[in-house]
Design a protein around this ligand. Structure first.
Ligand SMILES: [Zn+2]
Length: 279
């Protein structure tokens, strides 16, 4: 499942090729993905100019001349594939395709169809039902230690579960929460309400740094954020704790008492952490 940095790199890849271009063709090959597609979607895309892009949590907003934004969510298995338009090329599970005046096309490919595409007035993006309840954007300067501490105050859930709550902070998923907690040296099992002051400061810094590093890794490993096969975004990561059960973490080299990265299950999802250094 794509997380925030992957969505950001997909968006940057779209922007590099689509921004300023006019849409000359749109094929909408299904009536629905996860939800029903907007009626007349193809007709509303054709002729519009792509004015710009914005990411909100794990959603991409492609802003069009004429006042609409296309709201794109990759869901579990959605991918965007970019390439020069080839006559008669058939891509499996490619449900929506747009072509620009430059002769490039972008396809939305989603075998499981948990992704979604919708239209929303650009002036009212944040009022869309999928965006309206989201908490602050983690990379926004407005996401401060004080904001996080206030959101966590009094919460008796585990810290990890609290950070996955999209109303508290938007766009964090299982992997980056594990990685950010490792960086902040905070246990995923700690009571959320105990994170304030210096701990909240460490955690906010860790969340921002973890996401920023991952986005930078995507930018440096992909040319224009595009893989050689045309797929946008996604890249190899070197996780510090995620998926590394039993491996000695980078803070514990040569410590015989350290049993390595632990895996526990919280809210039916795997959590990876270093019990020695995360408290
Ligand atoms: Zn360790």
């Amino acid at each position: 499942m794509p997380e925030l940095p992957e969505v950001e790199t997909v968006m940057r890849g779209l922007a590099a090729r689509l921004q300023g271009r006019r849409i000359v063709r749109a094929d909408v090959r299904r009536a629905d993905l996860r939800w029903t597609l907007p009626p007349g979607l193809a007709a509303r895309l054709v002729g519009a100019r792509v004015e710009g892009f914005r990411r909100r949590a794990k959603y991409i907003l492609m802003r069009l001349s004429g006042g609409d934004s296309v709201l794109i969510h990759l869901g579990m298995s959605g991918r965007m594939v970019l390439g020069p338009t080839l006559p008669n090329a058939v891509v499996l599970h490619e449900h929506v395709v747009i072509e620009t005046d430059e002769g490039w096309q972008v396809g939305f490919v989603d075998p499981r169809r948990f992704g979604s595409i919708d239209l929303v007035p650009t002036a009212a993006e944040d009022g869309h039902r999928l965006l309206a309840g989201l908490g602050p954007e983690p990379l926004d300067p407005a996401f401060t230690p004080a904001v996080l501490a206030a959101a966590l105050a009094g919460k008796t859930t585990a810290l990890k579960a609290a950070l996955l709550d999209q109303r508290l902070v938007a766009g964090l998923g299982n992997i980056y929460v594990c990685e950010a907690l490792f960086r902040a040296r905070l246990s995923p099992r700690r009571l959320a309400g105990t994170v304030a002051g210096a701990r909240a400061g460490r955690l906010v810094c860790a969340i921002k740094a973890t996401l920023t590093d991952a986005i930078a890794a995507g930018g440096s490993s992909l040319r224009d954020y595009v893989q050689p096969n045309g797929e946008l975004g996604f890249f190899q990561h070197a996780w510090k704790v995620y998926g590394r059960e039993g491996v000695t973490c980078e803070r514990c080299p040569g410590l015989p008492a350290c049993a390595g990265v632990a895996r526990i299950v919280q809210s039916a999802r795997s959590t990876f952490y270093c019990p020695r250094t995360q408290r």
